[in-house]
Design a protein around this ligand. Structure first.
Ligand SMILES: *[C@@H]1O[C@H](CO)[C@@H](O)[C@H](O)[C@H]1NC(C)=O
Ligand SMILES: *[C@@H]1O[C@H](CO)[C@@H](O)[C@H](O)[C@H]1NC(C)=O
Length: 450
């Protein structure tokens, strides 16, 4: 063991998280600089709240899963039951669930990929696999605010598509839990994911789609009647319909092909482009298909959400791949919280506040409040835990969602009333006892005992 280990308290962990967020705001060359008391460092925080060894000990011992269960999983290495993501599963699942639970997307959503930079590697499938420098996440985001609603960590080619229709089709379907998400959405995808099969199947589920598409995709009309002319000019467009699918080609600096199940081909929209006419550059309006305008606008929102996560991100160099995910999960949680802060502000504008917080100030406040919360936790005596032997005699309900979770009252039974049941027991004595406004066996039994 590299560090001496003390039991981790909630206070410690909140302080630890506040430091993690702080390190995303203030960068130094070496982590130890945060604790240096010499010029030009001398930061008050984090040194005053937690000493360096304690921080390093927590970081060093950080696991997102139970190490014993990990070992069990490692034994299954090279078998079908081996779970490559086991080391992140518990937190991964919890963060995804929280993302879904705290916000319902507006109308426009998108699927895209995010890379999590890392030099630490998961166990590769085979020795020949090139070393990866990061991990790929597939993300379902709300386009208008950039909220991360769902995501999957990609574990490699060997992942067998759940739908039998190829990885990109399955990726999208897996990110759209329809019973939870509902329908009526408009999904934007890039050419990695767009396909006639996907768009058609989603339309049947009342989800419209729009996205750039590769012209070699199966299901694209093979006819050439909608090809752009060889010497197409900027703003030239051609379109063709097949069933519910609209395919539009448009000439910008290069040819763009978009497929949509929700758009008209062209309604008269234009964009400004600098064009050279007779040797002179001039700004001109050129016609643009509706699907391309909306796609461009939506994907702009996606870039925004990448920027949001990337800017104050809390990444540290780590040799453990699962710690890379810990940092990324913190980033997702903080970025989403900030976006919700802005949405809530729209709903309930506080008259004393003229603006939402900036992302930076939000993170500063968050770290500060976490510290204050940690301080408050320290002042309070630790809450008695039901399992510990030091628990006080307190009434509690039987832990069961089953309303039948009732047991025979100890005192009534002792008095010959063998049929009286109660849903209350004593935490310490582990004895079922009546505890109602009319009948307080709980108190009487304890009094009789002493
Ligand atoms: C796409 O968006 C960018 C930035 O908002 C804009 O400059 C560009 O003209 C847009 N392109 C189209 C085709 O709308
Ligand atoms: C969805 O996107 C369309 C096209 O960009 C836009 O007109 C509409 O306002 C968006 N809807 C919401 C709820 O953001």
């Amino acid at each position: 063991m590299k560090f001496q280990w003390d039991v981790l308290t909630m206070k410690d962990f909140y302080t630890f998280l506040a430091i993690i967020i702080f390190t995303g705001l203030v960068s130094v060359h070496h982590r130890s600089d945060y604790w240096r008391k010499t010029w030009p460092y001398s930061f008050q925080f984090p040194g005053d709240s937690m000493n360096r060894n304690r921080f390093e000990a927590i970081l060093w011992s950080l696991h997102l899963s139970d190490p014993k269960e990990d070992e069990e999983n490692e034994k299954k290495w090279n078998t079908a039951e081996y779970d490559r993501l086991f080391k992140i599963k518990p937190l991964y699942t919890e963060i995804v669930n929280a993302c879904k639970a705290n916000f319902q997307p507006y109308r426009n959503i998108s699927i895209d990929e995010r890379m999590v930079q890392s030099k630490a590697c998961m166990k590769p499938y085979n020795k020949d696999q090139p070393t990866k420098w990061g991990y790929k996440l597939f993300v379902l985001a709300d386009v208008s605010i950039g909220y991360t609603w769902n995501f999957h960590v990609y574990v490699g080619e060997s992942e067998s598509p759940s739908t039998g229709r190829g990885l990109s089709y399955s990726t999208v379907m897996d990110l759209l839990p329809l019973p939870l998400l509902g329908s009526g959405y408009l999904l934007y995808t890039d050419s990695h994911y767009s396909s006639p099969a996907l768009f058609t199947d989603l339309l049947k589920k009342n989800i419209g789609c729009c996205g750039t598409i590769r012209t070699q995709r199966i299901g694209i009309p093979k006819t050439r009647v909608n090809d752009l002319p060889k010497k197409a000019e900027r703003g030239d467009m051609r379109w063709i319909r097949r069933g519910d699918l609209l395919f539009v080609k448009w000439m910008d600096t290069r040819e763009v092909t978009v497929c949509s199940t929700v758009h008209k081909a062209y309604s008269g929209q234009t964009v400004q482009r600098k064009l050279k006419a007779a040797g002179v550059w001039e700004s001109k309006s050129i016609p643009v298909p509706d699907a391309i305008v909306d796609y461009n606008r939506s994907m702009g929102g996606v870039d925004l959400s990448h920027a949001l996560i990337g800017f104050y991100s809390v990444r540290h160099k780590t040799m453990r791949w699962y710690k890379t995910f810990f940092y990324h999960f913190v980033d997702i949680a903080v970025a989403n919280s900030y976006l919700l802060h802005k949405e809530l502000w729209k709903l309930r504008p506080d008259p004393t506040q003229t603006k939402t917080l900036t992302h930076k100030f939000f993170r500063e406040q968050l770290a500060k409040e976490m510290l204050e919360f940690a301080g408050g936790l320290a002042a309070r005596p630790p809450a008695p835990s039901p399992s510990s032997s030091s628990a006080a005699c307190l009434p509690a309900f039987f832990e069961s969602t089953d309303s039948q979770a009732r047991k025979h009252c100890k005192r009534c039974t002792g008095a010959g009333l063998t049929r009286v049941k109660t849903s209350i027991y004593c935490l310490k004595c582990k004895v079922p006892l009546c505890f109602t406004s009319k009948k307080n066996c709980f108190r009487q039994w304890h009094e009789e005992l002493s």
